[in-house]
Write a protein that binds this ligand. Structure first.
Ligand code: 7GP
Length: 841
């Protein structure tokens, strides 16, 4: 690797190389310098926001120094890199994470204290980076943390949306969406105005024979939009590795921007072109587990795939290796089907631009890609209309047809008697209009396909991708059960618990090897330990109660049992089952004698989550939760026995307050619908117990922590099909207790019954697709069991400790190592600086 500075001058350079602060004093010096110079503020006008900005800039300097070294080290090592392509990275806040990962939070805390600020208040000034919807986006963020912490040479590639997921407000019980403009001050990104890539759209395909008799295929004309790189440093925990997340922003290309128009008085048109280009990266689509097929979304996908691939190829070409080595240098993981066009784009580059023969090119492509599926819900499987692709990406459509042709020929040879097979597995669905099935294209173009929990990986093999298992054999399909980073979800969110654990285990090493938690089982009978464990939970509940009061005006008793369901609102996740259960409980309390009431554990039912703006049923669920809260919370007769809270604007930083404060969390999807779930892991890791169905990762959590520590209920995945069938063709019996709940809604107890009729009739009249009635009785009985169990606090705390002790498997470090082993075939890089041990607080 060449250096731009000649040898004799390098000494002078090195003498002044930035080192970043390592002590409290240096931290203060750097922070004050940034506040006074970078921000042009002074002692007299430094508010908490400015203190945050100065602190963030000081830490950013630290990260960027290690970032530079990491990039250099990885270039020298010249090993295989992993590229994680995801349309969503739900990062949350960066400052606290940066302080903990470089091991300088204590220095910052003391330093800020001496400067007149409380670190907690400073941290809270940061705007969440909310470039994601839910599980899929947050998983990508946990993966980046693990990749860096484990010293893998890894890059994330995504879009730099100007607007992240909308902010949610609640007005009269209804969700209202507010745009999330988050870039006014973002110290965590570096614009790379010199790293740009021109991306083409529309146009036409020209096939001709050149002067030497060669067949040329050229995609011509159309419109060019420029991708500009913005780099976000990703620090690993307790290591010098700082990886890169590269986000693309769209702007009008310099060549494209029509200066003639501009000068000839058509100023407005010229500006309109510019704005159209910028629209591509303007907004994150707010749908979770739902495909909408909008043209702008397809443009986003291609824009991001094309820019990322060209960037990756540019880096590969620097090594001057032959193309056949590409898969030994590059592994690309597709986070669901959103980046599937990268498969087509790589084949196009190899065949049309690099002149490689089709089959040789296709071998390179399939060795490079891996595809992760995150859902079996039919409404979430991407299908793009053929005419739309034809219009936007004419050459890509031809290539898709060719890929399909060769694939179907192969299938026909293997299964000559199965005529229906060809129609079933074709990438093209013969609908009106025809559509491209992106998941099929992703399977055909990848060497491995994985689901995200055992049940889910089995389901994709036996249902939606069954034919492909026949075609390719079972080895192409694998499972990698999801995981979460214990750095953010234990150490950062629950510092007192992390500290208590460290005091028992002797160090914070468990944050790097989570299986070490199993040593906690030695302390399940330690009285003092248990007392402290319970006190920490209580303190976390007090903190959440304060948040609830300030966000909603509702005052809740931290001594009550906190029952939490926070996640995107979706019928399959069954928040409706939860709120119907709450109404059932309310009616039961109203009928209780004073004696019975005394025996009941007071409960706070806490909900949070966003509904996609166009998802009416989800919005109705939010409305019902709020209306039930209005009635229950103001019923003097009920008092503290039951409170119902909807926390507005659930996001990553709220999750960090909510999750450590739960006694019970709800993971109650219809069996077979939740691919994995990851918040279930976060709740258990923070000492909460769960009520759940045998779905997604709940199954593996149960296996690890023991059935006696989980409150399971409901029908099994294998029974769902028959039950649905019976709803339509048998006689559909509604659970009598659920009927009473519906009667209460119909009476108008919670306001205008018409507002909730769609929710009720989905169950009564439209086949109860999500089996709410089938599972209602079992759900309510299990809730009663929870009441009983909670009365014995000593036993409860034992369950809590035992569960945490057995959660080692669910770290995203284990998960990333599995990907590296079984899909990417890549090893971590050795990092010497790791020897430089840091005080990790
Ligand atoms: C989610 C799944 O619903 C969730 O169960 C899983 O834990 C998570 O991915 C991470 O694997 N899926 C999505 O968020 C999603 O939108 C459709 O999937 C593409």
């Amino acid at each position: 690797v060449e250096s731009s500075i000649p040898e004799p001058q390098r000494e002078a350079w090195k003498k002044y190389s930035a080192t970043g602060f390592k002590s409290k004093d240096d931290f203060q010096k750097e922070t004050v310098r940034h506040i006074e110079t970078t921000l042009a503020r002074s002692l007299f006008n430094c508010d908490e926001k400015a203190a945050y900005s100065g602190t963030a800039l000081a830490f950013r300097d630290r990260l960027i120094i290690d970032w530079n070294k990491t990039q250099q080290r990885q270039t020298f090592a010249d090993q295989k890199r992993i590229y994680y392509l995801s349309l969503e990275f739900l990062m949350g806040r960066a400052l606290d994470n940066a302080m903990l990962n470089v091991g300088l939070k204590t220095a910052a805390k003391e330093g800020l204290g001496e400067l007149g600020f409380r670190i907690e208040d400073v941290i809270q000034q940061e705007h969440d980076a909310a470039l994601g919807n839910g599980g899929l986006g947050r998983l990508a963020a946990c993966f980046l943390d693990s990749l860096a912490s484990l010293n893998y040479a890894a890059w994330g590639y995504g879009l730099r949306y100007r607007y992240g997921i909308f902010k949610q407000e609640i007005e009269n019980g209804y969700q209202v969406e507010i745009p999330d403009y988050w870039l006014d001050f973002n110290p965590w990104e570096f614009p790379r105005n010199d790293v740009t890539i021109d991306v083409q759209f529309y146009g036409w395909v020209n096939k001709y024979t050149d002067d030497e008799g060669k067949q040329i295929t050229s995609w011509q004309d159309g419109e060019i939009v420029t991708a500009v790189a913005y780099d976000v440093p990703i620090p690993g925990y307790g290591t010098a590795t700082v990886n890169n997340l590269r986000l693309w922003s769209s702007k009008a290309s310099a060549g494209e921007f029509d200066f003639a128009k501009f000068n000839s008085g058509e100023y407005e048109n010229a500006v309109a072109d510019e704005q159209r280009a910028e629209t591509i990266s303007a907004v994150l689509y707010p749908n979770d587990n739902m495909d909408r097929g909008k043209e702008l979304r397809l443009k986003q996908q291609y824009f991001w795939c094309a820019a990322s691939l060209h960037d990756i190829i540019r880096r590969f070409k620097k090594s001057k290796r032959p193309w056949k080595d590409f898969p030994e240098q590059v592994a690309i993981q597709l986070n669901d089907t959103h980046p599937t066009l990268a498969i087509v784009e790589l084949q196009r580059i190899l065949v049309d631009l690099e002149g490689i023969e089709w089959n040789a090119a296709w071998e390179i492509v399939t060795k490079t890609f891996g595809y992760t599926n995150h859902t079996v819900l039919p409404e979430a499987l991407e299908k793009w209309s053929v005419p739309l692709i034809q219009h936007l990406l004419p050459r890509h459509l031809q290539i898709i047809y060719d890929i399909n042709l060769y694939f179907l020929q192969q299938v026909e040879r293997r299964f000559p008697k199965d005529r229906d097979m060809l129609g079933r597995v074709s990438i093209i669905e013969e609908s009106q209009p025809k559509t491209v099935r992106m998941a099929y294209l992703a399977i055909i173009g990848s060497h491995k396909v994985n689901g995200v929990a055992e049940l889910h990986s089995d389901l994709i093999k036996t249902t939606i991708f069954k034919d492909f298992v026949k075609i390719y054999g079972p080895d192409k399909f694998t499972n990698v059960t999801n995981g979460i980073t214990p750095r953010r979800w234990l150490h950062q969110a629950n510092p007192r618990l992390s500290e208590l654990i460290a005091s028992k285990l002797g160090s914070y090493e468990f944050l790097k090897d989570l299986t070490l938690l199993n040593k906690l089982e030695n302390f399940v009978d330690d009285k003092d330990f248990k007392k402290e464990w319970a006190e920490i939970k209580y303190a976390n509940k007090v903190r959440l109660a304060q948040h609830i009061l300030s966000a909603t005006g509702i005052s809740v008793n931290p001594k009550a049992l906190f029952d939490v369901q926070v996640k995107r609102i979706h019928e399959y996740k069954r928040q409706q089952l939860n709120i119907f259960g709450v109404i059932h409980r309310y009616l039961a309390i109203k009928n209780m004698s004073a004696e019975e009431r005394k025996k009941l554990a007071p409960r706070v039912s806490i909900f949070g989550g966003k509904a996609a703006p166009g998802y009416w049923m989800a919005k109705t669920i939010i409305h019902l939760v709020n209306k039930v809260g209005d009635v229950v919370n103001n019923d003097k007769d009920v008092g503290d026995l039951l409170k119902v809270v909807f926390i507005p604007d659930y996001n990553v930083s709220k999750a960090e307050i909510i999750i450590p404060a739960s006694d019970i969390s709800e993971h109650i999807s219809t069996a077979g619908t939740e691919a994995s779930g990851t918040s279930n892991m976060k709740f258990v890791l923070n000492g909460g117990l769960v009520i759940g169905t045998l779905d997604g990762a709940n199954i593996e959590i149960t296996r690890e922590i023991g059935e006696q520590n989980v409150f399971l209920f409901g029908n099994l995945s294998e029974d769902v099909e028959d039950l649905r069938h019976n709803h339509f063709y048998g006689n559909h019996q509604i659970d009598p207790e659920l009927n009473k709940v519906f009667d209460e809604i119909k009476k108008g107890t919670f306001g205008d019954e018409g507002a909730f009729s769609s929710l009720v009739s989905a169950i009564l009249d439209h086949g109860d697709y999500y089996l709410v009635s089938d599972d209602f009785n079992s759900y309510c009985k299990t809730q009663d069991l929870i009441d009983e169990t909670y009365k014995n606090q000593d036993e409860w705390v034992s369950k809590s400790i035992t569960s945490v002790a057995r959660m080692g498997f669910f770290t995203s470090d284990r998960c990333i190592n599995e990907y590296a082993d079984s899909i990417w075939n890549i090893e971590p890089l050795q990092v010497k600086e790791e020897a430089e041990v840091r005080s990790r607080t």
